[in-house]
Design a protein around this ligand. Sequence first.
Ligand code: ASP
Length: 578
Amino acid sequence: MSWRDLHCGEPRPDRLGERLTVAGWADTRRDHGGLVFVDLRDHTGKLQLVVNPERAPAAAEVAHEVRNEFVLQAEGELVARAPDAVNPNLPTGAVELQVDTLRILSRSTPLPFQLDEENVEETTRLRYRWLDLRRERMQRNLRLSHTAIAAIRRTMDELGFVDVWTPAMTRGTPEGARDFLTPVRLQPGKFFALAQSPQLFKQLCMVGGIDRYYQIATCWRDEDLRADRQFEFRQLDLELAFAEQNDVLDVMEAAVVSAFEAVDRPAPTRPFPQLTYDDAMARFGSDKPDLRFGMEIQDATEATRGSEFGVFASAPTVRYIVAPQAFSRAELARLEELAREWGAKGLAYLVRDESGEVRSPIAKFLSERELEALTPEPGATVLFGAGDEAMVARVLGLLRLHLARELDLVEPGRDVFHWIVGFPLFEQDEETGAWTFMHHPFTAPAPGEEEWDESSPVGVHGQHYDLVWNGWELGSGSIRVHDVGVQEKVFRTMGLSAEESQAKFGYLLEALAMGAPPHGGFAMGIERFVALLAGEPDIRQVVAFPKISSGSDPLTGAPTPMPPEVLAELGIAALPQE
Ligand code: ASP
């Protein structure tokens, strides 16, 4: 005997009169003076079972024992519901199973939460994730994730990409995070790092003639957990030989669009627009701007040169945004508090009421020319940032996002994908002044910019690009250095001696010196992508078994301490913890 003939969500009037066996979870049980109704549920939906004690006394006895989330098997005849009992909101709402035999396949202890309960605390949901997974939200998200990934795999296959497995246990890969380490019993005291990405292996695949590589690769990064970050995550990781920047973008766009189509969502139009890094920072104060609304940052540096207002006159950069609302004093005080938290010294403003009247503590210092340039339309507020460029960009960028949320400026259902291109190749550490890579040290300089001053590589651009969706950075990639001399120069600029470069990346330098084709690639965070596709606010909602922000897994209780003998075998000892 098979466990079931149909799924719970499948029976329709075309099967009336058939004898069917179904199996699933008891969603609810209702006793109605003799008749017992059970909604039987599986991942496809619900079917109403009716147990009539006169027709099936043994089944009725079983039915009385049934509690929520018991696993049942029922056999009987599919019948039409009485007209007044038809439920038009349920796909199976015109039929019910008149049960003859009912079996309890599995029982359930009392539940820590009911499946239809809203606002269950997330730690509780994760502690009992097997229950949470039965709920509609997680069922939908995990299946949507599957559908999107399957479409991406199909696209990669069609485009000639080869799925090559690369090691999780490796040497540190410099992606800018801490490594998770794995001790090795056979070599006590030595450690593998868990791959932060397959970066160097995929490059070696290119040197190895694979031509087009991809992988849905798990990556590990020891960073603080956030809405869009877990210790372990997956990337659509790809690399192409003999490729230019636009070739890589083209493949990524095809992958993204195929996932949209697979989940029946209107796909973004290709090609996705490109914005340079400098433009993004100047106009939106972010390298992952949310372009679903305007409120662009505008420059007032010129307009305020020689201003009577000292703060403006002496600031290297003066910029502003115009919010479409005349804020009250209290609202402005709150905004100023936020601006200070983000690093500003204050928040100058010009409010123009609906009546046209201007309120501003700084207006009296501003010249006619300044006021003319800066006074907004009635019913708006100009908020200024003045100071060094990076701080001004950051503060106005964050204010812009904050106000878009507060003032509801984002049109629901709007999707904006775009590329950020033309990043600097290096950035300078604000404290130490040392230069380091912006993306990773394998990114090639822009064509014609290969000759830089190694002690001060100001203004050198990298062939690095990011993909942004509605203000979330989905991923990054670059055209790589394939010339060993250029790669050595990048390492030197980062302050690595020849010995250090050899020690850390000797194998890459050797490979590059043995016939490396020009190549480039990309990696897109799968969970970020799927979370946005599912309309979820964080990636935990699309991960079957995620960790909470402390870095623990409430389900298994991991991580756990290890007995000293186990550690000793690995050649390590744990320091006492407070
Ligand atoms: N390895 C990079 C990352 O994980 C992506 C890439 O450059 O392909 O972010």
